[in-house]
Design a protein around this ligand. Structure first.
Ligand code: FES
Length: 163
């Protein structure tokens, strides 16, 4: 690639938002989420409005404004998975883990965390694995063709000890 093209790419990402995203990513990588105190510190230190940091944190779905559990379970609620029973899979997971349905975090995302902080459950729109519907993802690993029984077996792999 010639230097002109490279410079074009560098310039594209060498923006204030690009820099802020990198900082937020590093904080989340370290803390598992974006603590309010950290956002206030970054805001003051870089002289950036706190509202700008919150707007970035809420725009990008991978940022969490609340602490998350050790294992993250994401249930696909896209059309193919929905038709094949995703709502029932989500209810089963909530019931097995003993968490209440229907809560959202401060940035509007559906997210539930068990009281022992072992599991966080959230939802997504499509993993691109529709042929295996209904699909869930645990810590980045995709599991397809789920049934309530299969979900219980998957949870056991991640330390769930049963009801
Ligand atoms: S709709 Fe669930 S993987 Fe596509």
């Amino acid at each position: 690639m010639d230097k002109e093209k490279l410079q074009e790419i560098i310039d594209k990402y060498d923006t204030e938002s690009g820099k802020l995203l990198g900082i937020l990513e590093d904080i989340q990588r370290t803390e598992g989420y974006l603590p309010k105190d950290s956002l206030i510190y970054v805001s003051k230190h870089l002289n950036v409005p706190l509202s700008k940091l919150y707007s970035l944190a809420t725009f990008y779905s991978f940022f969490n404004l609340q602490p998350v559990g050790k294992h993250i379970i994401t249930v696909c609620m896209g059309t193919a998975c929905h038709v094949k029973g995703a709502p029932h899979i989500l209810e089963t997971i909530e019931e097995l883990l003993g968490i209440s349905p229907g809560e959202t975090t401060s940035n509007g995302k559906f997210m539930l965390t068990t009281s022992d902080k072992q599991f966080t459950v959230n939802t997504a729109r499509c993993f691109g694995a529709c042929s295996m519907a209904p699909v869930i993802r645990v810590d980045g690993k995709i599991y397809g063709y789920n049934t309530p029984k299969k979900v219980a077996e998957i949870l056991k792999k991640y330390g769930w000890r049963g009801k």
